[in-house]
Write a protein that binds this ligand. Sequence first.
Ligand SMILES: Cc1cc2nc3c(=O)[nH]c(=O)nc-3n(C[C@H](O)[C@H](O)[C@H](O)COP(=O)(O)OP(=O)(O)OC[C@H]3O[C@@H](n4cnc5c(N)ncnc54)[C@H](O)[C@@H]3O)c2cc1C
Ligand code: FES
Ligand code: FES
Length: 520
Amino acid sequence: MDTLAISKPVRFLKGGQVHTLQRVSPTRTLLEVLREDLHCTGTKEGCGEGDCGACTVVVGELQDGKLKTQAVNSCIKLAHSLDGMALWTVEDLATPGGSMHPAQSALAQHHGSQCGFCTPGFVMSLAALAEQHPKSAINREAASHALSGNLCRCTGYRPILDAAQAMAQLPRQPLDTPDVRRGLRALAQVAQAEAAALAPTKPSAKRAAKPPMGGYASPTDLATLLALRQAYPAAQLVAGCTDVGLWITKQHREFAQVLDLTRVQELRKIDDYPHHIAIGAAVNLTQAFGALVAQRPQLQSFAQRFAGLPVRNAGTLGGNVANGSPIGDSMPLLIALGANVVLASQSGYREMPMEDLYLAYRKTAMRADEVLGWIKVPKPQPAPRPKARGKAQAAPGELCRVYKISKRFEDDISAVCLALNLRLEGGRVLSASIGVGGVAATPVRARATQAALAGQPWNAATVRIAMATLRAEFSPISDMRATGAYRREVLGNLLWRYWLESQGSIATDLQSLTPQGVQP
Ligand SMILES: Cc1cc2nc3c(=O)[nH]c(=O)nc-3n(C[C@H](O)[C@H](O)[C@H](O)COP(=O)(O)OP(=O)(O)OC[C@H]3O[C@@H](n4cnc5c(N)ncnc54)[C@H](O)[C@@H]3O)c2cc1C
Ligand code: FES
Ligand code: FES
């Protein structure tokens, strides 16, 4: 049967109107729908791969009755994923009376409107910033985080950052209005009525039938997700689509069926347990890193270096882990923290240390009927007799650091990523846990280096030996990001930097250096 014919329509709220699109292909992007179907050409295509921000739009959904808005890249967002949501593009910001949004007025007043490709994206990122923060919190730092996914290659960022700060002086023009919330509630009711009409009436039919699936399915509960995963193993599973989106836009891959897990309620939460947190696979990177940083504040700058904000708003930690790229950033850290993954299928759950998930290049231990359900991250463990050493020791007993080496500071993929988590006591290494990316076909645990450190005195001589072990432990390849020799060299250097930081030498922490000076 034609999967498109049985696909649900895509309904969303934009500019005060409900838009209903029929027979939308599962791999059609939101940007294509905007420009080609709705003729809203204010949103531009620059790179088509989530890098430049020209296509930034703001999406909103109701969560616990409140409107949650975020900036995302429409070029790699699938149109179906917008179903039931509110959307704002650059055409929707001015009031019906023609008053510009503060983001627009401020950019115009401060000469921040530079070229026609990037400006709509800058406007939308700033509109999201204005929407999500009180005026008092809109400063240069907040603006530069909000714009971390927007590239400008002409006259630079200064007037844009000036405009961002100036927004705080202008009257607010909120996107969150009672009309929008009413409209979203009405869309939710339509979706519920449709789901009820499709639900099997006889319990026997429910047990026997293969669950129906059109071109795009976005189940809201885990049981349905697992049933669809089992019944349609060839359907392309997606979460935030920030990896898969590029397979579509750059490799021109088509998928007849797409199974989207981002609405599964059980996977949208971060659960807090006495000794660990469990991050659901549908939790986006912004929230997941927020939870990791709450446990270990020293991870803040690393979290901000993962892609740019719109990618972190759409992408999930689960997608990063499941994709299993050898240069994925979260896995070295999660391996060093001793994280486990929980795989779910209709036959039950399996739990394993994260490093055991990876079998070979882009090959994981996950079966075709399984999904990654949760990532369990141990909380910082207090040592028996903690001995804090200045700022370097963020949690008692453990010294956790992660270093990302990439060509650009933000919005770039690692050449090498090294995460170290040592427990030190009485001048000795109680235990060492080390995750590495960019040096092998998968993210890996540095077992030989761990062995070289565990039980040894924590001094320069031990570190020198461990540096040599770390450099010899892997045979990284040479590619466009770095040569194998560079990767090996830098690995050892990062371990030395970790040692210096453990001695309170903050001068080596380049990430805390800003044009204004050293950030505390
Ligand atoms: C501009 C840009 C910058 C980026 N920067 C970085 C960076 O700095 N560091 C970095 O590591 N990555 C980066 N990425 C890659 C990407 O954003 C991350 O890998 C992201 O975490 C993927 O999550 P997702 O939810 O978008 O996954 P998707 O694209 O939806 O899925 C990726 C893969 O994982 C599978 N998958 C997803 N969820 C599950 C699940 N629960 N169970 C089983 N399989 C699943 C999918 O089937 C697919 O094969 C960047 C991407 C872009 C576009
Ligand atoms: S077009 Fe460049 S990020 Fe979408
Ligand atoms: S605003 Fe487009 S390149 Fe600078």
